[in-house]
Design a binder for this molecule. Structure first.
Ligand SMILES: Nc1ncnc2c1ncn2[C@@H]1O[C@H](COP(=O)(O)OP(=O)(O)OP(=O)(O)O)[C@@H](O)[C@H]1O
Ligand SMILES: [Mg+2]
Length: 594
């Protein structure tokens, strides 16, 4: 009796396999572009209709295919890129499985035209849902043209999952950007209907391509970086912390010229930013890793989006170290440089607003002339916050108040230090600044062996729960590194004898318990440095002047002197800005003087 198992028809096999490679129009576009790059194209044009749902056309000026190759190109597992099993261990091309065109042919209406430079004529091949229908001779320019029409027309389940044309288009554009960054020496154009969405001419260098693809606006916030470890190298550009995104979509990591979405690499690229950006915010990073191909396995993901490294730690160290080093030396974060927060409003404002402004201008002019007359009069009450008076009220500038940031005018709401620096008004968040200074000090100490501890006059006792008690046993050494000294006192009590210097002894107990809890959550993670920085940021917060605390002029000066000596002084360890500047013209705009 016949059994229940049978081998699937090749048509069904192709359709199932296609599902892995071609997920949506964007992945089809990616495959076609990769083929063009592998074929050595210098210029590639892409045309999409309806977000790629009805048409994806890619034409290149690459090496083209002979008649026989064209016929074979749509056969599964037919490729020119691998010959022997050993080739799989050191892949240099973007494709290698011989699957992409077979998959596209199985789930769309495919038309290809190709001609090799050395041939007099080209050939056209059409397939519909995997059925090869026609091969004919045709006049064509050297290179290859591939048209994928009506994607998933014969797989309704897939088709249903296609999103709106706008969404599919934006996915396709994202791939276009990645590929454009991968191949700066290739001209790339993308059109949707009649709209030209990307036109990237052959770039003289990588930076030029980045500027074209990501835009001048973004490019101005970028800074080059590089690093090397033996035959591993990395280079690219990192964005300043002003340029934030709400997702990691603009973190681009390329391994040997291939865009990858690897969590470890992404983590490495972001590690240096840890204390510079608030949670949930991501920078713009373009990182290009180069390593011997035999050290990377690219054959681990159906769309080749993930890779595996022979020495993952080494790659991680190189990338995170290079980014961190560049950040420390970058013009916007380096020692002592004050940092100008760019304000996002465009000068002038929208035209509609301009009309409204002119309407009220007369009115305002009248008011301004009144104000002019009462110049020198005390500030209106409402500007002085009710409650305890600030140590330095908004006093008129006077000699002896000169600081690094210009003339110190006073503290606003006992939180923001106010300076007049030539033509600029400077506001400094005193807590954020002190926090950063303290954090950097703690971090330096921790790296050098341990945070400076201060002995407590009277030991503090805490009675943690069993989980925290276990955490203590496990993490005693780490607590020591963080500046805490404690020992069990009986079964259920811990006695704290020393706490990090600078921490209010009254708060030490609460901070200790908090840190213990965090260590418990941590378990035995390998990423101790990172976790430690998080805890140090917390300690820094506890050991820093608060908003609402009054500072004397000499304290302000001491704070600014420390700022000069501190790395990353422009951001608090939680990534909030420390300092902002307003130009005179911006202030004048408030009063419609400009
Ligand atoms: N634009 C092109 N120009 C020249 N030859 C091409 C082009 N596109 C495809 N080919 C040829 O067709 C073959 C099959 O392409 P296909 O994309 O299916 O597989 P692959 O690129 O070899 O591997 P993968 O499935 O990993 O992409 C390629 O190996 C290549 O020789
Ligand atoms: Mg391919």
């Amino acid at each position: 009796m016949a059994g229940k198992i049978h081998v699937l028809s090749s048509e069904l096999i192709d359709r199932i396999a296609a599902g892995e490679v071609v997920e949506r129009p964007a992945s089809a576009l990616k495959e076609l572009l990769e083929n063009s790059l592998d074929a050595g194209a210098r210029s590639i044009e892409c045309q999409l209709e309806d977000g790629g749902r009805t048409l994806i056309r890619v034409s290149d000026d690459g090496e083209g295919m002979s008649r026989e190759d064209l016929e074979l190109s749509v056969v599964r597992h037919a490729t020119s890129k691998l010959k022997e099993p050993a080739d799989l261990d050191a892949i240099r091309s973007l494709g290698f499985r011989g699957e992409a065109l077979a998959s596209l042919a199985a789930v769309s209406r495919l038309r290809m035209v190709s001609r090799r430079r050395e041939d007099d004529t080209g050939w056209e091949l059409t397939c519909e849902g995997g059925e090869r229908s026609r091969l004919r001779e045709i006049g064509a320019a050297p290179g290859t043209l591939v048209e994928v029409a009506d994607l998933f027309f014969n797989t309704p389940a897939r088709r249903k999952f296609l999103r709106s044309a706008a969404t599919e288009l934006s996915n396709a554009q994202a791939w276009m950007v990645r590929l454009a960054l991968m191949a700066p020496g290739v001209r790339l154009a993308l059109r949707h209907g009649k709209r030209l969405l990307l036109d990237a001419p052959v770039a003289a260098d990588f930076a030029q391509r980045v500027a074209v693809v990501l835009g001048r606006e973004v490019f101005e916030h970028l800074h080059p970086f590089s690093g090397r470890d033996g035959d591993y190298a990395v280079s690219g550009m990192i964005g300043d912390p002003d340029l934030v995104r709400t997702s990691p979509r603009d973190v681009y990591v390329f391994v040997n010229g291939r865009f990858v979405r690897d969590r470890v690499l992404q983590h490495a690229a972001l590690a240096g930013y840890r204390s510079l950006l608030p949670p949930g915010r991501y920078p713009v990073v373009v990182a290009r890793l180069e390593l011997p191909p035999e050290q990377v396995d690219v054959n681990v993901h159906p769309q080749k989006l993930e890779v595996r490294f022979a020495e993952g730690d080494r790659v991680h160290r190189l990338l995170s170290g290079s980014v961190a080093q560049a950040l420390a030396g970058s013009p916007w974060l380096s020692r002592g440089r004050s940092y100008v927060l760019r304000r996002s409003e465009p000068a002038g404002g929208p035209p509609a607003a301009a009309a409204a402004v002119s309407e009220v201008r007369e009115e305002v002019q009248r008011y301004l002339s009144l104000a002019e007359r009462s110049r020198g009069a005390p500030l209106p009450r409402s500007l002085e916050k009710a409650g305890p008076p600030a140590a330095a009220p908004l006093a008129p500038a006077e000699p002896g108040r000169e600081t690094d940031l210009g003339r110190f005018l006073g503290a606003l709401w006992q939180t923001y230090l106010v300076f007049e620096d030539g033509e600029e008004l400077v506001l400094v968040d005193q807590h954020a600044l002190h926090e950063r200074i303290t954090f950097e000090r703690l971090r330096t100490q921790a790296r050098a062996g341990g945070v400076l501890a201060q002995r407590l006059l009277l030991p503090l006792e805490v009675e943690p729960n069993a989980a925290l008690m276990a955490s203590f046993a496990e993490h005693e050494r780490r607590l020591f590194e963080l500046g805490f000294e404690a020992a069990p006192f009986g079964e259920r009590v811990l006695r704290i004898t020393a706490a990090p210097a600078g921490i209010d002894p009254l708060a030490a107990r609460a901070v200790f318990v908090e840190v213990l809890g965090e260590l418990a959550d941590l378990g035995q993670t390998a990423a101790w440095e990172e976790a430690r920085d998080g805890i140090l940021a917390r300690l820094a917060c506890h050991a820093s002047v608060r908003a609402g605390q009054t500072l004397s002029l000499s304290e302000v000066n001491a704070l600014l002197a420390e700022m000069r000596r501190t790395d990353f002084a422009s951001r608090c360890p939680h990534g909030r800005p420390v300092l902002t500047r307003l130009s005179r013209s911006e202030v004048e705009k408030w009063f419609l003087r400009r």
